[in-house]
Design a protein around this ligand. Structure first.
Ligand SMILES: *Cc1c(COP(=O)(O)O)cnc(C)c1O
Length: 354
């Protein structure tokens, strides 16, 4: 079986696991006061070239929902893409942890919304009008749910709207490293220099076991976060286990190496699939995800041979009208990871060739 359904089909990397075993010895302060967590915090400050407030949590949903809760009151409006993870894949956690803020989903091709579309949406919720939820925050995903990237310019334009309306800007970086190495910029350039206020810095998908960081660039925004995290059940008593994962993830550029490998495997896959008749990829592969429209017969050959991909939403608003999925086609997402083997990718392409 070759499983490319998600990044999460893979376990943790050897480097991260070894760090966990090493951190398992002796007594350490509990609840995140350990030296591994302190080290991870220092490393993230270096990575971002900025003073940061860092909170480690066990899941991306927890990171996103708690980050948004720090940016929005219960009567707030949070603008995001209509098919974003926060809107579609978190079972209402952002709504729950904000105590009822409203997520406003914006349409947009390729998993992205524009600054212009955002302006139009914000205008529907006038400040001070008591019957309307009050614009509070914006959330963008980098990598997007369509496997694409916002350019630094696109982020800056959205950030300009955020500043103009005094809204917090959140970046869902479940695949932060994959985006970063693809853009070839620095973490600072992709975040605070472009106007991002808080980042969900993903690590689980790219080599950790279960560890993500919520990273704030303005300590004032993080003032109540220790309480929020504890109330949500994300303050691990054996906090060293999160700290050891994150510091091992960042050490010796492990996170960047992992992401480069995953992205290269996705490129190998999309290059191979693109040569096949009847196969198209409606969203450009910019990181470690390949979204492919395949003839049903091709999909059957792959499935019969034990290749696993994730059937994707055929009516996605991120597809342009000329990319509609035909009745003899399927729409699949393939995700590569830090351990994906080149020969497995080549096998998939050979099987798809038939
Ligand atoms: C995977 C993912 C998350 C995190 O999801 P969890 O399953 O809660 O870890 C968040 N955002 C995006 C865009 C993702 O792909």
């Amino acid at each position: 079986m070759i499983n490319l359904a998600s990044d999460n089909v893979m376990g943790a990397s050897q480097q991260v696991l070894e760090a966990l075993i090493a951190a398992n010895h002796g007594a350490e302060a509990a609840y995140g006061s350990d030296h591994h967590t302190a080290e991870a915090e220092e490393m993230l400050a270096e990575v971002f070239e900025h003073e940061v407030k860092v909170f480690l949590v066990a899941t991306g949903t927890g990171a996103n929902a708690l980050a948004l809760a720090a940016l929005s009151p219960p009567w707030g409006a949070i603008f995001c893409h209509e098919e974003s993870h926060v809107a579609d894949d978190e079972c209402g956690a952002p709504e729950m942890f904000t105590d009822g803020a409203k997520l406003i989903g914006l349409p947009g091709l390729n998993g992205k919304f524009t600054a212009e579309r955002l302006e139009t949406a914000i205008a529907r919720y006038p400040k001070g009008v008591v019957k309307a939820v009050q614009p509070a925050a914006i959330s963008i995903s980098q990598v997007t749910e369509s496997g694409t990237l916002y350019s630094l310019e696109e982020i800056a334009r959205i950030a300009e709207v955020a500043r103009k309306h005094d809204l917090g800007l959140h970046l869902d970086g479940a695949r932060f490293a994959n985006a970063l190495v693809s853009l070839g910029c620095t973490p600072a350039e992709m975040t605070w220099k472009a106007g991002i206020d808080v980042v969900s810095f993903g690590a689980t998908k790219n080599g950790c076991l279960a560890c993500e960081a919520v990273v704030f660039f303005d300590p004032a925004r993080a003032e109540h976060f220790p309480f929020r995290r504890k109330r949500s059940g994300h303050t691990l008593s054996k906090g060293r286990l999160l700290g050891a994962q994150m510091s091992a993830y960042l050490r010796n550029n492990h996170w960047l190496d992992n992401a480069r490998h995953a992205n290269a495997m996705a490129k190998r896959l999309v290059d191979g699939l693109s040569t096949l008749p009847g196969v198209r990829t409606p969203w450009s592969t910019q990181a470690n995800e390949v979204f492919a429209v395949l003839p049903k017969s091709t999909a059957k050959s792959l499935a019969d041979a034990g290749v696993r991909a994730a059937p994707w939403y055929e009516l996605s608003v991120s597809l342009s009208p000329d990319q509609k999925i035909g009745s003899n086609e399927v729409f699949w997402r393939f995700v590569t990871n830090f351990e994906t083997k080149a020969e497995h990718i080549d096998q998939v392409i050979a099987l798809a060739k038939g």
